[in-house]
Design a protein around this ligand. Structure first.
Ligand code: SIN
Ligand code: MN
Length: 313
C-alpha cells in the first residue's frame, strides 16, 4: 500500500493518518477470536487493571499466537510505515490493549518515544506507532485522543507516574497539555450547520479493522471505558532497523531484541494459514526476562548523552 503525496503531507502536519476499515470483518475476526486465549494466561506479559482481573495490556502476542504473528508481517501495515521511515523495520513492541467494558482504565497523556529513548536508548524518533481496532471504537468506549501537531515538539518533559494506573507511564503534566492543545487549535467549535469542527484534540473513531499510524512523539491519551462495550486494539511499534535500541533495561517481552528486518507475507495472510513461527508459544524463555542497565553497541555514548529527562510507554 503506497501513501499519496497528500497523505505524506497530512502525516507531517498532523502526526497521524487514519485508515477506516482497512481490514475486513473476516480478517479482523481471526484476531478477535484469538484474544481470549491470549488474556487467559497468568503471566507477566498480561498486565491487569488496578484492582481488577481485566487485562489492560498483553505484550508480545506476535511471539505466541499465529494470527498475531501474521498481522505483524502484514503488507497493508508494514509498507506504508517503510515508506514513511525510508527503511526496513523491526518490531520494537507489540501490545493488545483490552480497555474492557466498565473496567478499562485511562491512559494518561503521554508520548512514546521519550520512554524508548530514556529506558531503551533508541537513538532517534524513527519509529512508528500503529493502532488496529479489534472492536468498533465510538464516543463511549474510551477512544484514543491525539493532540494534532504535537509531534513537532520532539520529546517533551514528562514525569514517571507509578500510581494512577497499574502500568507505570511517563506522563505529561496538565500545563504542558493545555499549551499543546491551545497550539493545536484549542477547543474546536460547532459550525453554522451544527457540525463539530475539531480543535486541538482529535479522536479517530471507526469500525473494527480500522488502522491509525501515529508518530512516536505525538502526545496521546484515552479516557476510561464506562460503556459496556470492550475496546480491544492492537498497538505495534515499528522501528527502523538502523535505529534499534541500545539497552535491555526492560524485559524482552516489552522491548524486543530481534532487530532483523520484517519480511511481509502476502496480502491475504489473515485469512489463509501461511506458516509463521511463534517461538514463545510454550512460554517466554528466562533470557527474555533478563535485564541490564548497561548499554551495548558503538553509538552508546551519543545516545546516552541524548537521553536526559523522560516521557512514556
Ligand atoms: C490506549 O490503549 O488507549 C492507549 C495505549 C497507549 O498509548 O499505549
Ligand atoms: Mn502510547
Amino acid at each position: 500500500m503506497k501513501l499519496t503525496p497528500e497523505q505524506l503531507a497530512e502525516f507531517d502536519k498532523e502526526g497521524f493518518l487514519f485508515f477506516p476499515s482497512l481490514f475486513s470483518p473476516e480478517e479482523t475476526k481471526t484476531l478477535t477470536d484469538a484474544v481470549p486465549e491470549l488474556y487467559s494466561h497468568r503471566a507477566p506479559y498480561n498486565v491487569r487493571e488496578k484492582g481488577s482481573d481485566a487485562v489492560r495490556t498483553n505484550f508480545a502476542a506476535h511471539m505466541t499466537s499465529e494470527p498475531f504473528a501474521r498481522l505483524a508481517r502484514h503488507p497493508r501495515m508494514i509498507e506504508p510505515v517503510e515508506s514513511l521511515l525510508g527503511e526496513k523495520l523491526y518490531m520494537h513492541q507489540f501490545k493488545v490493549n483490552g480497555k474492557m467494558g466498565f473496567e478499562g482504565d485511562v491512559w494518561q497523556w503521554h508520548q512514546d518515544y521519550g520512554t524508548w529513548l530514556n529506558d531503551d536508548m533508541m537513538p532517534t524518533e524513527r519509529a512508528m506507532n500503529v493502532a488496529i481496532f479489534l472492536d468498533d471504537v465510538n464516543d463511549f468506549n474510551g477512544p484514543l485522543m491525539f493532540i494534532p501537531g504535537s509531534h513537532k515538539k520532539g520529546v517533551v518533559e514528562a514525569k514517571h507516574d507509578l500510581t494512577t494506573t497499574s502500568y507505570p507511564l511517563w506522563t505529561v503534566d496538565d500545563d504542558l497539555i493545555r499549551q499543546l492543545v491551545a497550539r493545536g487549535g484549542d477547543k474546536g467549535h460547532y459550525d453554522a450547520e451544527g457540525n463539530y469542527v475539531p480543535g486541538g484534540i482529535i479522536s479517530p473513531k471507526g469500525p473494527a479493522g480500522s488502522m491509525i499510524l501515529f508518530h512516536s512523539c505525538l502526545v496521546h491519551a484515552s479516557g476510561s471505558n464506562l460503556s459496556p462495550w470492550n475496546r480491544v486494539a492492537v498497538y505495534l511499534s515499528l522501528c527502523a532497523v538502523s535505529n534499534h535500541i541500545r539497552r535491555h533495561k526492560r524485559p524482552e517481552y516489552i522491548a524486543h531484541r530481534d532487530f532483523s528486518p520484517i519480511t511481509c507475507l502476502p496480502d491475504d495472510c489473515l485469512t489463509k494459514d501461511y506458516p509463521v513461527e511463534t517461538p514463545w508459544k510454550n512460554g517466554v524463555p528466562p533470557s527474555a526476562l533478563e535485564t541490564s542497565l548497561e548499554p551495548f553497541g558503538s553509538t552508546v555514548a551519543a545516545v546516552a548523552a541524548q537521553a536526559s529527562e523522560g516521557a512514556t510507554s
